[in-house]
Design a protein around this ligand. Structure first.
Ligand SMILES: Cc1ncc(COP(=O)(O)O)c(C=O)c1O
Length: 375
């Protein structure tokens, strides 16, 4: 059997990984500023993570949500503490798209309405309603098309007000920092506007934190910079440091009903052990502070390169906007300097490293970046 060929891959086989480095099958070392797409939050094969997962596997790896799982309660308590949202409720699932599906569905159960407001360049996943709320017609199949989603221009407060007049809005879904869309930071005033319009119209504010959340921005949820709470936060990528796990946290005003949400795999023992290991390490190693410090340093330094058009982001979620003639820089970084970075089209290099990235790693990247720019 052949693989269903949907991914344009680099011709590299990774066999080993540690901290912010990976090694290929020929022994070549790479600096990883991509983290498998913002997934590696505490560093590859972190010893605490490996131990917690291994210990758990020796006890019980999986059982379904038909039995009590103290590990889920432990995770909910720690997540509440680290995120500062202790009065929220946790629902566990397996991926970012699934987290957003559940968020959008729960919002509609809550207020009985159907219209979802999403924004230009948004990415919320590839399934059902999540893909319908994603601004990329190429990945929306005819069966996913729906009148229930309205796309508005990014940061246009007047358009948002008008949409609330025009439609019975169930929810507004927004990334605190658009990732796939090219690292666009939602302004504090726009997020506050969403909060006040949702309050006025009994609509649900969904903060998609799948990529920008879990400490990456320097705060636990990047939406927190606005100083207002969303009703539901969705998360995934960094949550399990590579173990598939997603979640939504849900404000106290939502009441659970048996069966309204559910999953077979979500919240299993191994997934909870992975998520706990991540949070324990984020706390013990003060990784949110590190993300803010090293991220600010990187952004400051990147802004000193004349050839860079713009640097956007927060913490260790950084977009470097390059002119078209420099579109080769990312490949140059990978093949000559052995540094993995991410991309967003057309010419944005995305940095999504582990939150434990050191300043020495940042300097190594900056030196290579300078050379690649001038190649
Ligand atoms: C903001 C955002 N939401 C949702 C998703 C979907 O996550 P997953 O690929 O885990 O389904 C992504 C993935 O890139 C994302 O960046």
């Amino acid at each position: 059997m052949k693989l269903f060929d949907v991914y344009p891959v680099n011709d590299i086989i990774i066999e080993k990984a540690q901290d912010s480095h990976v090694w290929d099958n020929k022994g070549t070392q790479y600096l990883d500023l991509y983290g498998g797409h913002a997934v590696i939050s505490i560093g590859h094969t972190h010893p605490h993570y490996v131990k917690r997962l291994t210990d758990q596997l020796h006890k019980v790896g999986f059982y379904s949500n038909s039995v009590k799982m103290p590990l889920q309660e432990e995770l909910a308590a720690l997540l509440g503490k680290v995120s500062g949202k202790e009065d929220y409720q946790l629902f566990l699932c397996n991926s970012g798209a699934e987290a957003n599906e559940n968020a959008l569905k729960l919002a509609s159960f809550y207020n009985g309405k159907k219209k979802v407001i999403a924004f230009k360049k948004a990415f919320h996943g590839r399934t059902s309603l999540a893909v319908a709320a994603t601004d990329n017609p190429k990945i929306v199949a005819p069966v996913n098309e729906t009148d229930n989603v309205v796309f508005l221009p990014w940061e246009d407060e007047a358009a948002l007000e008008q949409a609330f007049q025009q439609y019975e809005v169930s929810s507004v879904i927004i990334e605190g920092i658009q990732g796939v869309g090219g690292i666009n930071v939602a302004s504090e005033s726009f997020l506050r506007k969403i909060r006040s319009l949702c309050d006025a119209h009994n609509a649900v504010f969904i903060a998609d934190s799948v990529q920008c959340g879990y400490g990456r921005s320097g705060k636990f949820y990047s939406h927190d910079f606005a100083g207002v709470n969303a009703d539901i936060y969705s998360m995934a990528k960094g949550m399990g440091n590579g173990f598939p796990i997603g979640a939504i946290i849900i404000a106290p005003k939502f009441h659970a009903v048996y069966g309204m949400l559910g999953t077979t795999f979500g919240g299993n023992h191994l997934a909870c052990a992975a998520a706990l290991a991540v949070l324990e390490t984020v706390q013990a190693e003060k990784l949110m502070d590190n993300a803010a410090t090293v991220g600010n340093y990187l952004m400051e330094q990147l802004r000193t390169f004349d050839k860079v058009k713009e640097v956007r982001g927060r913490g260790l979620m950084i977009g470097i906007d390059l002119p078209e003639e420099l579109s080769h820089v990312r490949k140059e970084l990978l093949h000559t300097h052995k540094i993995f970075t991410g991309e967003a089209k057309p010419n944005v290099i995305r940095l999504l490293p582990s939150l434990a990235l050191t300043q020495a790693h940042a300097d190594q990247f900056l030196e290579a970046f300078g050379k690649a720019l001038n190649k």
